[in-house]
Design a protein around this ligand. Structure first.
Ligand SMILES: *[C@@H]1O[C@H](CO)[C@@H](O)[C@H](O)[C@H]1NC(C)=O
Ligand SMILES: *[C@@H]1O[C@H](CO)[C@@H](O)[C@H](O)[C@H]1NC(C)=O
Ligand SMILES: *[C@@H]1O[C@H](CO)[C@@H](O)[C@H](O)[C@H]1NC(C)=O
Length: 830
């Protein structure tokens, strides 16, 4: 500054010297500042030129401008002052020229005198520095490095020298400093220097006031606004909201279900801040199940998620901004179990069929239950239907054994459908079931059982050999051969004859056939045992009794015992001459080997000498006088009697009865006529021998009895009352009644035989016939000892008071098939 002042003063001195020289020569020079007002006195010409003021006007003093130069000053003629007539703007007149000189001429007349006047215009600081643009805009990358320079526009000041721009200043800020430099023309300019890095994410724009100052007094300044746009550099990576996303997802999530939405932000802007998402690391299986939306970051399920396949997935997601900066986050998807698997029942082994004799607790099947779910969803309960004799025994690890709880019987239940149900513990629980079909195999545990406890067969005698008489059926509930029944007869004997010669049985059907023709008169019934045997191994059998009853057929004609058959009779009945009407004269005795109706005999007189004289009791066979016998009646009377049974058709026999009406045997002249036929003599001989021997015994016996009687009781009422037994064997055995079956009662049989139809007869029986009936063993039993037995049947004829007639019946039984009856008439026996 001091230097400047010195130089200024130096130039002033030089100017003064120059002016003085000029003055010498008659030229004038003035220096004055610009922008002076009008009438500003620059100098006094008269004084400076040594001229008389009064003379100036006379001399017509005037200022002449050189060329076209505008006249800024003029002479005040009265005062001879040179004054400014128009304000001078140095900047307009001279611009940036350092010296600004105006040249004029002072012209005087009378005498003409011309003086040069030079006007030096001095600069004043009347202009402030100005920037070309009031707003300077920078687009600056945030990535700009420290020290980077940004040239700024130079400010301009119309003034010159010290008054021109001398310096710049910048508003205080964090990032920039100013560096001022001088260019070749000496002008000063500034550069913006980055002192600290920019961060767009912190400050997007910076406004700074930039000031230029000049060196004048007073100092002037001009400002401009520096506007800095911080441009984004991709300096930020996207940032996830969480580094790890942990989510749970229930299995079987529907397709498209949202799993999680990740989000990452990028502080950068524009493309640099545009984040897109993608999976960066994902397993192949997960890749099929999940997808991510590129823009929203939403992860959705796109496949069937199954807990049983994978319980957890770990996925990495990458967020990438527009220029490729990326960051990753981890996503852990835990799959939760849903009870979506029903338990599975697996039959591991099965003992099918199971024998019916299996002991209690026999293991039938082994079952394994599996459930793919986990936790409670996996806990399985196993149950079995109620009504079967089986139980599930839990074993280790979901293994169950199916065992029997009671004994099985194939014949009651041959197969079982066992339903096993498994239910898991889920909510809602799932269950499944399985039907085990189990069959029970047969054991030969049932013997054949006959449908009836005993069988009865009736067969009419004289049957055809081979006719079926009955059939037995036995059932065996066992299976196949164990239940196949074969029938057979149990070997036994009937009267010493093997049963097989009587009957045969069809072993398959159980039909019983007669092997031979039966004769009721030989035996009436017998029993056989039929065995039913199954085909098992070992076989089981049972037996049943078959009672065979032979029923009677009228195949025997009545057999007349007394009198002997026609033409053979030796015997003649004596009829007292005084016989009254109704008195019993004789009796026809006949038997019939048949039984029942077939043996119910009726008697008829077929022919008689004197038809009105005699009658015969229809069923008793008693011949009685129909009227009193008179002297005129023929002494010899002949009756032909027919004996007929009641069978269908009836059979009959006839006999002749000779009656001799006489009181004395001697009176009978024709007695000798009544001889046997020669052919009968032999039989008669035997009969007589038998008769004699029996009567001897009998008489002895009678006498003994009588003696005993007389000793005890004087009253000989009935002979042999209760004393003589009639052994059963004496009677034809085929008169016995049918045991238990009761076709005819014993008494009936008996009556028929003994013609008890007689009103006046009184029979006494000591023993029953039962002894000769078929025994339970089915064989005909003989009389206890096959000895000769004697029977006496006393016919106590009470019809006639004076006449005691005794008919003694003696019989000799040699075998049960033969019967000899001998009638003895004992006239006046006692
Ligand atoms: C078991 O099931 C089978 C077939 O479903 C059927 O034929 C049979 O009768 C059933 N048995 C029982 C004892 O229910
Ligand atoms: C018959 O029973 C036996 C055991 O008693 C048994 O072994 C056999 O298998 C059974 N037969 C059939 C056909 O069931
Ligand atoms: C017949 O059956 C009975 C019982 O039912 C038995 O005691 C008897 O031994 C059987 N007889 C034969 C020969 O099998």
């Amino acid at each position: 500054m001091e230097r400047k002042t010195i130089s200024f003063s130096t130039s002033c001195i030089l100017a003064c010297i120059w002016i003085l020289i000029r003055a010498v020569r008659g030229d004038l020079s003035y220096t004055f500042p610009e922008e002076t007002k009008q009438q500003y006195v620059i100098g006094n010409i008269a004084k400076d030129l040594g001229l008389d003021v009064k003379r100036l006007s006379a001399r017509k003093a005037r200022i002449e401008a050189e060329g076209s130069t505008k006249r800024y000053c003029d002479i005040n003629l009265s005062s001879a002052n040179l004054v400014v007539v128009e304000t001078i703007d140095r900047e307009k007149l001279c611009g940036t020229k350092m010296s600004c000189l105006l040249n004029y001429e002072l012209v005087l007349e009378n005498p003409l005198d011309v003086h040069r006047i030079s006007l030096h215009i001095q600069d004043i600081n009347d202009n402030a520095p100005r920037f070309p643009k009031s707003r300077i805009t920078f687009n600056m990358m945030e990535s700009a490095v420290k020290g980077e320079r940004f040239p700024l526009d130079e400010a301009h000041d119309s003034d010159i020298g010290q008054n021109a721009v001398q310096g710049y200043s910048l508003e205080r800020n964090d990032h920039f400093v100013l560096s001022v430099k001088e260019n070749a023309e000496g002008g000063k300019y500034a550069e913006l220097v980055l002192d600290k890095e920019l961060d767009r994410e912190q400050t997007k724009e910076i406004d700074l006031i930039f000031t230029a100052t000049d060196g004048g007094t007073p100092q002037r300044s001009g400002t401009a606004l520096i506007h800095i746009n911080v441009l984004d550099a991709n300096d930020n990576t996207p940032v996830f909201s969480q580094s790890v996303y942990k989510v749970t997802l229930a299995e079987n999530a529907p397709l498209g279900a949202e799993v999680v939405t990740v989000s990452a932000t990028d502080a950068d802007e524009g493309v640099n801040g545009e984040v897109s998402y993608e999976f960066s690391r994902i397993s192949d299986t997960a890749a099929k199940l999940f997808s991510i939306d590129k823009t929203t970051g939403q992860i959705t399920a796109i496949g069937n998620i199954d807990y049983e396949e994978e319980k957890s997935y770990e996925i990495r997601v990458q967020a990438i901004d527009g220029s490729g900066l990326a960051s990753t986050a981890k996503i852990i998807i835990d799959i939760t179990d849903v009870n979506d698997n029903a338990p599975r029942i697996i039959l591991k082994s099965l003992n099918d069929p199971i024998p019916e004799n299996s002991v209690l607790g026999t293991e039938v099947a082994i079952i394994n239950i599996q459930d793919n779910d986990s936790g409670d969803n996996r806990k399985v309960k196993c149950s079995i239907q109620e009504n079967v004799p089986f139980r599930l025994n839990p074993s280790i690890k979901n293994y169950f054994s199916l065992v029997t709880t009671s004994l099985l019987d194939r014949e009651i239940e041959s197969d079982y459908n066992i339903t096993i149900t498994a239910t898991d513990g889920g909510s809602p629980p799932l269950s499944s079931s399985m039907i085990i079909h189990l069959s029970v195999s047969d054991i030969n545990d049932n013997p054949p059982v006959f449908e009836q406890q005993s069988y009865t067969a009736y067969v009419v005698e004289n049957n055809q050999p081979g006719t079926s008489i009955s059939s037995v059926t036995a059932k065996d509930p066992d299976w196949r051969q164990n239940g196949t029944v074969l029938y057979s007869l149990l070997p036994s004997e009937i009267n010493g004859v093997p049963v097989s010669s009587f009957l045969s049985i069809n072993s398959d059907t159980g039909v019983i056939h007669a092997v031979r023709s039966f004769d009721y008169e030989k035996f009436r019934n017998f029993k056989v045992q039929v065995v039913a045997r199954d085909n098992g191994s070992p076989p089981l059998s049972s037996n049943v009794t078959v009672s065979v009853f032979i029923s009677d057929e009228n195949d025997n004609s009545p057999q007349i015992l007394y009198p002997a058959p026609e033409g053979k009779s030796l015997m003649t009945e004596m009829v007292p001459k005084a016989a009254l009407s109704g008195s019993l004269l004789s009796k026809v005795i006949a038997v019939d080997a048949d039984s029942g109706q077939n043996a119910w005999l009726s008697y008829h007189i077929v022919k008689s000498t004197d038809p009105g004289l005699f009658t015969i009791g229809l069923h008793s066979g008693e011949i009685r006088a129909q009227r009193d016998i008179t002297e005129s009646d023929s002494m010899k009377q002949n009756l032909v009697i027919s004996v007929k049974d009641n069978g269908q058709p009836p059979l009959s026999a006839t006999c002749s009865v000779y009656l001799l009406i006489s009181d004395n045997l001697a009176e009978v002249p024709e007695l000798k006529d009544m001889t046997f036929e020669e052919s009968n003599s032999k039989l008669t001989f035997y009969l007589i021998i038998a008769l004699v021997s029996v009567s001897t015994f009998f008489l002895t016996f009678i006498i003994l009895i009588l003696a005993v009687r007389f000793c005890h009781r004087r009253k000989p009422r009935l002979l042999f009352d209760g004393a003589v037994a009639i052994p059963s064997a004496y009677l034809p055995p085929n008169y016995a009644e049918v045991e238990g079956a009761g076709t005819l009662r014993t008494s009936y049989n008996y009556d028929t035989y003994l013609t008890t139809g007689s009103r006046t007869s009184d029979f006494k029986f000591i023993t029953s016939y039962n002894d000769s009936t078929l025994t339970a063993g089915g064989t005909l039993k003989m009389a206890q000892n096959d000895t000769l037995a004697t029977n006496l049947i006393t016919l106590n004829n009470t019809g006639e008071g004076d006449e005691v007639r005794k008919m003694c019946l003696l019989s000799v039984a040699g075998s049960y098939e033969r019967l000899f009856v001998v009638m003895i008439f004992c006239d006046d026996f006692l």
